[in-house]
Design a protein around this ligand. Structure first.
Ligand SMILES: [Zn+2]
Length: 279
């Protein structure tokens, strides 16, 4: 640690980042499973979950970042374009949702492949990345920075954003904004995949987390998936997502950002951000 803890300005009572990890059929295909029958729930993301979440964000007037795997963008280009057209951010999330450790060259090839797919589809640069399944190597940040990415939202090591300083591929000192995401208490996956927690209890958990964070570190990052199965794409689970947002909107001084907008804010306010070197 080279600087003091990140401190958000007083008028920002709480920063809220909403993330939807697309996780379509790539999730199965990357594991060698045909995305058919019981394994077809990734298709639900494209057909029902993403449109439902987009509609909800529009109704509530909140920004959201959709982290999209390259393979899914190839399958559903119009769905991915609709995310952008509706004012939400599209960020990268692996090619085949790589949940395996990769050699450096394979990792870099797939990061660049997905970046090409998304940036060509949207005719704009991609600015951020979230690791599928949390996998990352010592080289990942170097590749992301060389593609112009300004943030990563993968690490689980802190409750606040920070700036990570590292040596880039050109051998120079460089930084990237880290937006840590808490994939246990603020992610639908463990509740619906492992503990089969009823949606009403998931809602209680997320409201309690928000209230604690609002009175604590004031940085709230919620991750959901638009799938059926273990995701939040289905109606009652989307309702949980919506009720959390409606609850948050009642609080004074809450600032909703897309991840890229907030990473830009972090870049523009360097003195407020903790800097971490060589984590
Ligand atoms: Zn994912």
């Amino acid at each position: 640690m080279t600087m003091t803890k990140t401190s958000l300005p007083a008028h920002m009572k709480c920063v809220v980042l909403l993330g939807v990890d697309f996780d379509g059929p790539c999730h199965e295909v990357g594991r060698g499973i045909a995305p058919l029958g019981i394994h077809s729930w990734g298709r639900y993301s494209a057909k029902r979950g993403v449109p439902r979440h987009l509609d909800m964000c529009q109704r509530l007037g909140v920004p959201c970042t959709f982290f999209v795997p390259g393979y899914d963008a190839e399958l559903y280009p119009e769905v991915v374009k609709s995310i952008d057209r509706n004012g939400c951010e599209v960020a990268a999330h692996g090619y085949l949702h790589e949940a395996w450790d990769m050699e450096g060259e394979e990792e870099e090839r797939l990061l660049r492949k997905t970046d090409d797919i998304l940036s060509n589809l949207l005719s704009k640069p991609v600015l951020g990345w979230r690791s599928p399944s949390g996998r990352k190597s010592a080289k990942t940040m170097q590749v992301l920075r060389s593609m112009g990415y300004i943030y990563d939202s993968s690490d689980k090591d802190y409750d606040l954003p920070y700036r990570w300083r590292f040596t880039n591929a050109a051998g120079e000192s460089d930084t990237i904004i880290e937006l840590p995401n808490n994939t246990y208490s603020l992610d639908d996956f463990p509740f619906y995949k492992f503990s089969y927690t009823p949606p009403s209890e998931v809602l209680d958990q997320w409201l309690a987390e928000f209230d604690a964070i609002y009175n604590g570190d004031r940085f709230f990052v919620l991750t959901v998936h638009p799938r059926s199965g273990w995701g939040s794409g289905t109606p009652s689970r989307t309702q949980v997502f919506e009720e959390v947002i409606r609850h948050i909107q009642k609080y004074e001084g809450v600032h909703f950002f897309s991840s890229a907008e907030f990473a830009r804010w972090c870049q523009q306010n360097p003195e407020l951000l903790e800097e971490v070197a060589n984590v």
